[in-house]
Design a protein around this ligand. Structure first.
Ligand SMILES: [Ca+2]
Ligand SMILES: [Ca+2]
Ligand SMILES: [Ca+2]
Length: 368
């Protein structure tokens, strides 16, 4: 009898306990989160990991997510994120369960990596990254037009320097330090061989090493010169050059608008198509400048802002004139790479095709 009563009591208690337990389970509490870092505006460095932590103070069941620029990066209370390049990132943390949600937003600012100037910094560009000329009278010729020519102005001024050929031909160089955009003054000087009657304007582009890898694999910004927006100024203009057969003939070209012409084989005996290019045609894309200042073999200088333009060959440019692909001004603290690109497609009669020459590129702030 005693054991029967005991069993009933036990059953009763178990039932009550289960009911109570069920009640407790059903009372879900909303996420209660304490962020380890409660400052919304944070700073970071390229290639350096940052760690952010959300502490779940109740330890209850929640689902969590961290989004960096809307991309899911973590489903725990912890975010480890390494920015691969400079910029402004938004980081959203969210915790949710059936009773509610909690969110916190960070704005992470990652500065552009900068190589500071030292006593050992070179005033000139020190590295040729790419020589990609168009067809031209100096191509394949020791002096102005082969791969070694491009290296001749590493760390110095040199004549001959480098000839970029017809429209779109370019060369990319790097400095051994970040060239700072000095307020209200020009920052870079590009030496060329222009004379009063022969200007061969090259468009100047600049780049920051946004990912800090020492390579020009970031974003190019055109330095706006005097011709921006004028009739004949065309961004994203392109010209395709075709290998002639036999190779000693003039090089024919066709532009993005369907215009055609030739880079005329001149008195220079070398082939005008760059022979190290294995493809039978290649395309150069860039900004086309107006050519209304050209009459026969006379090419008048443009007002400002281009390489191989001013008589005497000293063209200064200001980083403050940088514009993006939409033509809008961008503010750059400094630049690490520079590209000079022939900006006009023209045949200068007895002088052959218009082609930008460069005999040196220097950081004005380091010129003594
Ligand atoms: Ca400046
Ligand atoms: Ca880079
Ligand atoms: Ca020239």
């Amino acid at each position: 009898m005693k054991s029967k009563i005991q069993l009933l009591v036990a059953l009763f208690c178990l039932t009550i306990f289960s009911a109570c337990k069920k009640d407790i389970e059903e009372t879900v509490l909303a996420p209660s989160i304490k962020m380890a870092n409660e400052t919304a505006a944070i700073n970071g460095k390229v290639n350096e990991a940052i760690t952010l932590k959300a502490n779940n103070t109740l330890g209850n069941e929640i689902s969590q997510e961290w989004l960096v620029n809307t991309e899911l990066k973590s489903n725990t209370g912890l975010l480890e994120f390494t920015p691969a390049k400079s910029g402004v990132y938004t980081i959203d943390y969210r915790a949710t369960n059936s009773a509610g949600s909690y969110s916190f937003k960070y704005v992470l600012t990652v500065a552009v990596p900068e190589v500071p100037t030292t006593i050992a910094s070179n005033v000139y560009v020190t590295t040729l990254f790419e020589f990609a000329p168009a067809a031209g009278q100096f191509m394949n010729e020791a002096g102005w037009g082969n791969q070694e020519s491009g290296k001749s102005i590493e760390g110095k001024k040199a004549t001959p320097g480098i000839s970029l050929g017809a429209f779109g031909g370019y060369a990319v160089y790097g400095f051994d330090h970040t060239v700072i955009n000095q307020p209200e003054i020009d920052d870079v000087i590009i030496y060329g061989n222009a004379i009063a009657s022969l200007s061969e304007p090259g468009v100047v582009w600049v780049m920051q090493d946004e990912n800090g890898n020492g390579k020009p694999d970031d974003i190019w910004y055109e330095l706006a010169g005097s011709e921006v927006g004028k009739a004949g100024y065309i961004r994203d203009y392109s010209v395709t050059y075709t290998r002639p057969t036999p190779p000693t003939l003039s090089v024919s070209w066709k532009d993005i608008k369907g215009n055609t012409g030739i880079v005329r084989q001149s008195f220079h005996k070398y082939n005008h198509y760059p022979l190290w290019i294995s493809a039978d045609e290649f395309t150069r894309i860039g900004t086309l400048l107006p050519s209304n200042g050209i009459k026969g073999s006379i090419s008048a200088p443009l007002a400002f802002g281009y390489a191989d333009n001013t008589a005497g060959g000293t063209d200064k440019v200001d980083i403050a004139n940088a514009i993006n692909k939409h033509g809008n001004k961008v503010i750059l603290k400094g630049i690490d790479f520079i590209k000079v690109q022939t900006g006009i497609m023209a045949d200068l009669s007895i002088l052959g095709e218009l082609s930008t020459e460069v005999t040196g590129i220097a950081d004005i702030s380091l010129i003594k």
